[in-house]
Ligand binder design. Structure first.
Ligand code: PEP
Length: 254
């Protein structure tokens, strides 16, 4: 099955509202009407509303970087699925390695967040990936499979259709050390096999993105791999020039 590629920019904790608007106005011109692949930007919460307004007449989708699993309540500092949906958010990144490792988010919390996206028609981007120590100890497969198993624990096959997975080796995030296309493909194949077993034919619709120091210079070779269906891009999504080049890559067609 031919899956439409998704190129998603994770802006992390960068950009004031003014900076975000300046970036998204440029992206609107350069990639706002791209249709043969999907484009998404995930600004900080503070810019979602303003960015949403600029994107309303484009093909670029809006994403958020995290959320709580409850609809509302006494959860100081948190943002709910309803609040994101209300702003026109389509995608939500969940279980990013910075959430797991810097903020200590455990697998069962991530599973609840993933599940809570569906009632509001949000599409979760579930991030998984091993640390350098785990890779060196030959634990990549078991770590990634463990995170996958836990992350989709509550999902039905019908819901899984709207899931995106991002394989992001922790040692490659923000370090400039990209996984080789072969290293990435090996893990994507493991994830694809897991999804097939868990969800059956629906798994063919689930995109598996690669993330970790993706740049205009390496996007083509990564996207040429069979099981790489797009990219989650951090640093290189912060300028319109580099993110647009990534969106317009040639590797492996649309
Ligand atoms: C990320 O934040 O998800 C990421 C992959 O970052 P970078 O592209 O900067 O490695």
């Amino acid at each position: 099955m031919r899956r439409k590629k998704l190129l998603a920019g994770n802006w992390k904790m960068f950009k004031t509202v003014g900076d975000a608007l300046a970036l998204v106005r440029k992206l609107k011109i350069s990639v706002g009407q791209v249709r043969d692949r999907e484009v998404a930007v995930c600004p900080p919460f503070t810019s979602l509303k303003s960015v949403s307004e600029i994107l309303s007449d484009t093909q670029i989708r809006l994403g958020a970087q995290n959320m709580h699993y409850e609809k509302e309540g006494a959860f100081t500092g948190e943002i709910s699925p309803d609040m994101l949906a209300d702003l026109g958010v389509v995608y939500v990144i969940l279980g990013h390695s910075e959430r797991r490792h810097v903020f200590g988010e455990p697998d069962d919390l991530i599973a609840k967040k993933v599940q809570s996206a569906f009632p509001r028609d949000l599409k979760p981007i579930l991030c998984v990936g091993e640390t350098l120590d785990q890779r060196q100890a030959d634990q990549t497969r078991s770590v990634v499979l463990g995170q996958m198993e836990a992350g989709v624990r509550l999902l039905s096959a019908d819901q899984a259709k709207f899931l995106t997975v991002a394989y992001e080796p922790v040692w490659a995030i923000g370090t400039g050390h990209t996984a080789t296309p072969r290293q990435a493909q090996e893990v994507h194949e493991v994830i694809r096999g897991f999804l097939q077993k868990r969800f059956g034919p629906v798994s063919e619709e689930i995109r598996i993105l690669y993330g970790g120091s993706v740049k205009p210079e390496n996007i083509d070779e990564l996207m040429a791999e069979r099981d790489i269906d797009g990219a989650l891009v951090g640093g290189a999504s912060l300028t319109a020039e580099s993110f647009s080049r990534i969106v317009r890559h040639n590797g492996g067609g649309a």
